[in-house]
Design a protein around this ligand. Structure first.
Ligand SMILES: NC(=O)c1ccc[n+]([C@@H]2O[C@H](COP(=O)([O-])OP(=O)(O)OC[C@H]3O[C@@H](n4cnc5c(N)ncnc54)[C@H](OP(=O)(O)O)[C@@H]3O)[C@@H](O)[C@H]2O)c1
Length: 248
């Protein structure tokens, strides 16, 4: 099968390209760096020629509900429109566990994106996954008060991006399922402890205080709204196993 991966150069998109190839399929990357802009539509029709299934892992870095909603509705809307024109048989969206329990900030955009996919004329599957193990390193870089690194508190059940990638590749090769069970890592973790463990692993010494970040999304994550439902599929390494196995 020919399977297109929107956002195929990203944190989860790049391993998804690898997983699609490892499963014996032919991956096509849709990203601005490969000449396809999902927001303007540039290059999209040409790239989807002969494609059987599409996996949507494109992303925008913003905390703004308006910016996230504008990006995700436009990008996924254009992708689905082009997929329908190209005769694509299946669109798979990667979403995030618990977004409807805290539909604020960036998550407002993900809720709006799910609605676009649910209205798709192309048969669809929506997979909600929990935060990636890689999130700890991203937060370590970004969460700072001046020169001081800080560790945001939240309840999470993180998963390796590579495990999400393998799951997405499997879904795309099969029939459309609508909404599927949540996908999560093997155990619940404290996000602030993950950030501190990442910092120690990458050689940072010194005090990293735990903090409660403002904002409705982070408040919801402290309340446990980002944890998977009881019927979730659990996959991949624990955070500690993942950290030990990787150089960062
Ligand atoms: N991070 C998490 O913990 C987590 C957990 C569950 C689900 N998710 C979801 O997983 C998805 C991927 O997240 P990520 O962190 O892997 O993303 P990421 O690393 O930020 O990568 C974003 C990708 O989107 C592409 N992209 C951005 N704007 C584009 C545009 N206008 N046209 C075409 N491609 C564009 C980028 O390529 P170019 O820059 O080359 O365009 C890149 O390949 C998101 O939908 C996110 O909500 C994330």
């Amino acid at each position: 099968m020919r399977i297109a991966i929107a956002g195929g150069t990203g944190t989860v998109g790049a391993p998804t390209v690898d997983a699609v190839r490892a499963a014996g399929h032919d991956p096509v990357v849709l990203s601005r760096s490969s000449g396809v802009d999902l927001v303007s539509g540039r290059g999209l029709d040409e790239a989807l020629d002969g494609v059987d299934a599409v996996i949507d892992t494109a992303n925008v870095s913003t905390l703004s509900a308006d910016e996230a909603t504008a990006f995700f509705t436009k990008a996924s809307g254009n992708l689905i429109g082009a997929a329908a024109r190209a005769g694509v048989r299946h669109v798979v969206l990667l979403s995030i566990v618990g977004i409807d329990r805290m539909p604020h900030d960036y998550y407002a955009g993900k809720v709006a994106q799910e609605r676009v996919v649910e209205a798709s004329p192309v048969p669809w599957t929506i997979l909600r996954a929990t935060q990636f193990h890689e999130f700890a390193g991203q937060l370590f870089e970004r969460a700072k008060l001046g020169p001081l690194h800080v560790a945001p508190r939240a309840r999470v059940q993180p998963i390796a991006a590579s495990a999400v990638a393998e799951h997405l590749a499997g879904l795309a090769a099969g029939a459309a399922q609508g909404r599927t069970a949540d996908l999560a890592g093997p155990r619940e973790e404290k996000l602030d402890e993950m950030v501190k463990a990442f910092a120690r692993h990458s050689g940072t010494r010194g005090w990293i205080p735990s903090i409660s970040l403002p904002g409705a999304q982070m408040k919801g994550m402290r309340a446990g709204y980002a944890l998977p439902r009881p019927d979730a599929v659990l996959a991949g390494e624990t955070f500690a196993e993942w950290l030990a196995a990787h150089r960062h």
